[in-house]
Design a protein around this ligand. Sequence first.
Ligand code: NAD
Length: 511
Amino acid sequence: MTAQTASDREPEHTLFGEALQVFHRAADLIGLHPRIRLELEQPDYEHIFYVTTRVGDRLVPLAGAEAAPYADLAPTNLDMTALAPLFDGKLGIGETALRGATVSARDGVMRLSGSVYRVVPGGDVRLKAYRVQHNQARGPYKGGLRFHQDVSLDLFNVLASDMTWKTAIADVPFGGAKGGIRMDPRAYTKAELENISLRYMYKLKQLVGPNLDIPAPDVGTNAEVMAWLLRQYSDGERERHAMRGVVTGKDVRIGGSRGRVRATGQGVAYCIEEWYARRDKPLKGARFIVQGFGNVGSCAAEILCEMGAVCVGVQDADGSIADPKGIDAAKLAAYVHANPANLRRSVLGYAEAQAISHRDFWELDCDVCIPAALGGSITGEVAEKIKAKLVAEGANGPTTVEADGVLEKRGIEVIPDIIANAGGVTVSYYEWVQNKRMEQWTEAEVNGRLERAIKNNYRLILDIAEDTPRKGPEHDSRGFTVGKKLHTRASAMVLALKRIEAHYLLEGFST
Ligand code: NAD
């Protein structure tokens, strides 16, 4: 037996390798210059670093046999407003909780509002953090920050490259990046999250900037996190007001753009509207299901309901609900996002729809399916069950390679993520421009620009897919079609690569 050499070994399976299959297919189709392929098939920079922070003491609920010996404990009275309820039932103890308190404790256990808790001391923790900068041929690196327990370098490579394709498709002058921290943000108090965010930017400061790399919200982060990052980046700097564009997705009152919060969902809805318009079919009355009811899922659902579509099912990390007569998405959003009692920010327990099983959700009778949660949720098995005629990808990478094949075989069309959810980065660009000009545009202006941009770019993708080169009033696909029909995912990639390729071909390479 001979020893195995490195070149004999099967290449390691990675999410990034799998995601690049579409890139390579499109690169082959357009005969992409080999050196440009080499530039794009690996990220420019992969930054891995660590964020340390101090986590405060917790009150951990005890139940059953653990709680029984403390049945006789007198109640403790604390400043309940200084306790931070966390998603797992624990309570973070704020600094002021013990002021004026009457404490009755035994073995570190106390009774609070009828329940028994053990005080568990906090301590110092170290969290793994990332920023992948994939490509900057078209402009500064751009991409979201994800705070989630399942992130990895491999995943950020996928998501950062997706941003390179997406910014090219949206035709905004940015490249692609993505980053975040491996953590479950729901397990931390607001004060702890602030410290973690500040420390993340403290470590990242040399690598980002308004003209260098511009983070934005993604899963587990929001406008509040962006505000903390902005402060950490700009505090004490002489020209700090010129630095507002270092992050996008900010609150409107501190330089955010009107329409940014809803922009990704808005873009999903515009794409679906265009898909229906192209077929001369009414969107009004179309039934849809949405997986994920966070920023993207809830905004897309609300906007589609405003357009006359009917939401018949919603699934999030904690459960699924359905109603064939229609779920009022605005009411559900209030139940999930504006309800302090709903600590998990979940659709679970919503009284005006029926709870259904995870399995039944995918089999709901509908016209459009909108995955808007995490990557990989539409597997081959799920794709076999979907009843919709259209899958509009609000999430990044929700459809596996196997599922893509199943959907194609079943004649179910796909609006690929890199156009369907490009509304977020498009309006992030508007925010960045407004920051540079110290302007604030109206929501109508933002949405008007977004609608024109996303529908025109989607029309280009459809023309490439259908091999119908043409010049419309606002779009011209003649330079992009490849002489044969393509799957929309490949056609979206063709558009991205042709736009990126132009920079390399016209500007050349510095040696
Ligand atoms: P979010 O954190 O606001 O919401 C995520 C939602 O997904 C929550 O409702 C959560 O319960 C649900 N979820 C998580 N795990 C799930 C599971 N296993 N099964 C079912 N549901 C699950 O995140 P978001 O900002 O709405 O992002 C959602 C997706 O859209 C992500 O893939 C993100 O990368 C993508 N995206 C977001 C933006 C943006 O502007 N926020 C832009 C482009 C793409």
